[in-house]
Design a protein. Sequence first.
Length: 100
Amino acid sequence: MSSLAVAVPPPLHEGDSLDAAEFLRRWDAMPELRQAELINGIVFMASPVALPHSTFHNSLSGWVAVYQSQTPGCEAGNDGTWKMGPRDIPQPDIFLRILP
């Protein structure tokens, strides 16, 4: 009986230098990892969020939601992962963008 070994990619580490495809391959293999970003080909992993950040994030999210509701042609969200190019996959806390 033969068994096929499944190659598990190495885990992501802060400071790794990767392209977007490899970053996503490694991230997909780490379902417990909630936040990681690839900025200019370098991996960044978020530290725990403190209360001041959380309260500011809440206020800013409210402002962005109101702005979006009153401004046609824009879109807002939070904690989304964007594939922006071959070396950039940010995960902004909050975003506001103009729709195409």
